[in-house]
Design a binder for this molecule. Structure first.
Ligand code: AMP
Length: 418
């Protein structure tokens, strides 16, 4: 099946060809005809599957088909959880719509309000926004959403996690009717299904990967290591393998800053992005990282949403996330659009319960690999944690005896656990 066969217009086909895409991805194959047909969808697609083009292409086509009468009104609204994702999606709208006459505006915080007002006054067909800043404009009377006929909720699970549910409901109440709503979520949790039930009209449900599974193409390895040696091990791994582009996740903003400083002292060009950085600083760090001027990018979960780098080869979990689903989001940053990727997690003993939750979500055990010279002082076998009566805190166990350093890394395929 080709893009032509999906019934896309000439301008869109040309833009797609400019990108070098030869055939639609599975989500595009499923979503594009349904969206062109005007139906609501509830789609579960991980990042990296091509979902952005999956909704942007048919959205642009529908705006072109149902031509507006005269004055330029905002007819499509795309909501995303973070500024980075809004910027990313905005870029896609510009890319795929470059041969079409539409104007798009990105409306998110951290940048000048006045500049956005000027843009909105000129009239825009498509708005890509984060909920908070969009509502600021609504409250100031600088935005009119009453003609919106297509709404996209991107990474909806994340918007719920970030507490945007009330904002979303407020925004929904301002939109035009009838309306087509497209809901995308990496996972189909209960709250997502409940929200879908109230917001969507007989949605077509689209699922291109099994629920809650990490991308199969990403090779995942766990390195058990004492917490105080994590930074040293990370520098060692990056240097030893000569990795040139590594995205590293920490749990906190403070942790991201500290780690970035330490890695820089180790001689690795490093930048950090998190919610406390200005939008300009975040954009600059991302650009430097994409263009290879920065070798290591340290990010928190929120800041990482929307990072789309073709062929990002390595993702490191310096700390495991508290929410197992975030692990899936994190490793989805590599292995995109069919490329191979590698995700490694450095885990200390206090993180074993988190590892158990992640393995439960993935429905598989992750391969453990102790790096010689960095042997942990704890036993990392999660089967004892798993069978523990309560999932409380970390369980301290007697250290395993070790065969002494040197030689190849000791592989303990966790699958062999009883
Ligand atoms: P997304 O899941 O929307 O974040 O897209 C992930 C990556 O896949 C982006 O870098 C897109 O440029 C790329 N992509 C989207 N559609 C296709 C396609 N049909 N063929 C090849 N790459 C694609």
């Amino acid at each position: 099946m080709t893009f032509e066969q999906l019934g896309l217009s000439a301008g869109l086909l040309r833009a797609v060809a400019d990108q070098g895409y030869t055939e639609p991805t599975p989500i595009q194959l499923k979503a594009i005809p349904v969206i062109l047909d005007g139906q609501d969808i509830l789609a579960s697609a991980q990042t990296g599957t091509g979902k952005t083009a999956g909704f942007t292409l048919p959205l642009l086509q529908r705006l072109g088909t149902n031509a507006s009468n005269g004055r330029r009104m905002t007819r499509a609204l795309i909501l995303t959880p973070t500024r980075e994702l809004a910027a990313q999606v905005g870029e896609s709208v510009t890319t795929y719509g470059k041969y079409l006459p539409f104007r798009a505006a990105m409306i998110y915080g951290g940048v000048s309000f006045g500049g956005q007002i000027r843009q909105l006054r000129q009239g825009v067909d498509i708005i890509i926004a984060t909920p908070g800043r969009l509502l600021d404009h609504v409250n100031q009377g600088t935005i009119d959403l009453s003609a919106v006929e297509i709404l996209v909720l991107d990474e909806c699970d994340r918007m719920l996690d970030m507490g945007f549910i009330h904002d979303i409901r407020k925004i929904m109440a301002l939109l035009g009717q009838p309306r087509q709503t497209l809901m995308f979520s990496a996972t189909f949790s209960k709250p997502i299904q409940q929200l879908a039930h109230t917001l969507l009209k007989s949605p077509v449900q689209i699922e291109v990967v099994p629920r809650n599974t990490a991308a199969d193409r990403v090779e995942q390895v766990v390195h058990p290591v004492d917490r105080h040696r994590k930074r040293e091990l990370l520098s060692h791994i990056i240097g030893f393998h000569n990795w040139q582009q590594v995205l590293v996740f920490t749990r906190t903003k403070h942790g991201a800053n500290r780690l970035a400083e330490q890695l820089a002292k180790d001689g690795l060009k490093t930048a950090a992005i998190h919610g406390n950085k200005t939008q300009a600083a975040r954009a600059r760090a991302l650009k430097d990282f994409k263009q290879g001027r920065v070798r290591v990018l340290v990010a928190t979960d929120v800041a990482s949403r929307g990072i789309d780098i073709d062929q990002l080869p390595y993702v490191v979990n310096f700390e495991l996330p508290n929410v197992p689903e975030d692990y899936v989001h994190r490793i989805g940053r590599t292995g995109r659009a069919g490329n191979e990727g590698r995700a490694i997690s450095l885990i200390s003993d206090d993180e074993l319960p988190l590892l158990v939750s992640i393995e439960r979500l993935l429905k598989k055990s992750l391969t453990q690999d102790i790096v010689p010279g960095y042997e942990p002082s704890f036993a990392s076998d999660t089967s004892s944690v798993r069978s523990a009566p309560a999932p409380a805190g970390p369980r301290r166990q007697r250290p395993r005896s070790r065969s002494g350093g040197g030689g190849a890394p000791r592989r303990a395929s966790a699958g062999a656990r009883g």
